[in-house]
Design a protein around this ligand. Structure first.
Ligand SMILES: NC(=O)c1ccc[n+]([C@@H]2O[C@H](COP(=O)([O-])OP(=O)(O)OC[C@H]3O[C@@H](n4cnc5c(N)ncnc54)[C@H](OP(=O)(O)O)[C@@H]3O)[C@@H](O)[C@H]2O)c1
Ligand SMILES: C[C@@H]1O[C@H](OP(=O)(O)OP(=O)(O)OC[C@H]2O[C@@H](n3cnc4c(=O)[nH]c(N)nc43)[C@H](O)[C@@H]2O)[C@@H](O)[C@H](O)[C@@H]1O
Length: 328
């Protein structure tokens, strides 16, 4: 059942993360008064008994699943067991508890890496499971496909109102700026920022991009995704089911750019004027990952923040929190 009552209780799993924190602020700004979350140290969602006890005690009306083991291309490749096991466990426990406790609607967040490595571009929802996955993030992708299938199965067998959003690559405040485990956008923001004036002669030092720089990606600002989550929570079930192929909707901006072009945009925001190098020993990953947003367009939602503005806002946030990352 769609969300409309301002006093409805809304549990955001992963509320401290980049996406969860943006969803919290979108729902709060829209007037919802009863939002709650738990950190992973307060409630480890991999623990089935604890997760069920939490749902029993809290009885949330609505649930957004933004809790997950998340990371960039290298972290996905280096920690396959964590990315597969943690995500499977979190999804299985939260979705089952939501079904058993009669949650009115659950929004599950997948990722566009669930689509085949060589899916047609832009990638429509029905390209799911039509070809082999990109090897670097296959573990995470398999877990996210399972999470989506679980939503679909609970809907089919028990009538649970569960829907999966497949967001493209995201960025924004509260992102991970660790240079080993982060995604490309926060990594490059930090690298260009730290390279400013860092050459021995005081000019801007060079920055090294992983891989060839030719893969193309699409970037959605986290607060735009948060607005899409609010929009989907508030959409009537008939409209949602009519639009969402097998209970799934892509969320993106409809435009992509190469990693080299992204680097140039970030250089511009940060004010870096030094050379750029490439490290071919690092993986490129999937060559292109642009989502087909026709279904969300038809439902009446589109992203509002330009890439330049989103990067500027993220850079402003990073500069305020730089000490936390440099000290880490
Ligand atoms: N970032 C992207 O580019 C991207 C793209 C597409 C889809 N997504 C999806 O969006 C969602 C949120 O991603 P994000 O970028 O916001 O990640 P994030 O910043 O790393 O946040 C993930 C959150 O999950 C929580 N969490 C992790 N393991 C947990 C556990 N065992 N028990 C309870 N909570 C746990 C963490 O809680 P604590 O902070 O309390 O430890 C954290 O707040 C994920 O489902 C992800 O797959 C992200
Ligand atoms: C949205 C996420 O996308 C992830 O795929 P994916 O876009 O390749 O992940 P990213 O780590 O964002 O990398 C995107 C592209 O940027 C290149 N790149 C260049 N410089 C850097 C750098 O300094 N750091 C990083 N991290 N990349 C860099 C990287 O080689 C790759 O071609 C998946 O592994 C996740 O599972 C998830 O789906």
């Amino acid at each position: 059942m769609h969300l409309s009552d301002p006093s409805a209780s809304i549990y955001i799993a992963g509320h401290r993360g980049m996406v969860g924190s943006a969803i919290w602020s979108a729902l709060e700004s829209a007037g919802y008064e009863n939002i709650f979350g738990r950190t992973s140290s307060e409630l480890d969602l991999r623990n089935q008994a604890d997760t069920h006890a939490f749902f029993e005690a809290q009885q949330p009306d609505y649930v957004v699943v933004a809790a997950a083991r998340v990371g960039g291309i290298l972290a996905n490749d280096q920690y396959p067991a964590d990315f597969l096991y943690d995500n499977l466990a979190i999804e299985a426990n939260v979705l089952r508890a939501a079904q058993q406790h009669g949650v009115k609607r659950l929004v599950f967040l997948g990722s566009t890496c669930i689509y085949p490595k060589h899916a047609p571009q832009p990638m429509p929802e029905d390209s799911l499971l039509t070809g082999p996955l990109e090897p670097t993030n296959q573990w995470y992708a398999v877990a996210k496909i399972a999470g989506h299938k679980l939503c679909q199965a609970f809907h089919r067998q028990h009538g649970s109102d569960m829907v999966t959003l497949m967001p493209t690559n995201l960025y924004g405040p509260n992102d991970n700026f660790d240079l080993e485990t982060s995604h490309v956008l926060p990594a490059l923001l930090r690298k260009f920022h730290e390279a400013k004036g860092a050459a021995p002669d005081g000019s801007d030092a060079s920055v090294t991009l992983w891989g060839s720089g030719t893969p193309k990606r699409e970037f959605l600002y986290s607060h735009d995704l948060a607005d899409a989550v609010r929009f989907v929570l508030e959409t009537r079930e008939d409209d949602l089911r009519e639009a969402a192929y097998e209970g799934m909707l892509n969320v993106g901006v409809g435009k992509d750019l190469s990693i080299n072009e992204l680097a140039a945009t970030i250089q511009d925001v940060v004010g870096h004027d030094g050379p750029i190098e490439h490290d071919p020993s690092k993986p490129d990953g999937t060559p292109r990952k642009l989502v087909d947003t026709t279904r969300m367009d038809e439902l009446g939602w589109s992203a509002k923040t330009s890439l330049h503005d989103g990067i500027q806002k993220t850079y402003d946030w990073y500069r305020e929190h730089e000490d936390e990352w440099v000290a880490a």
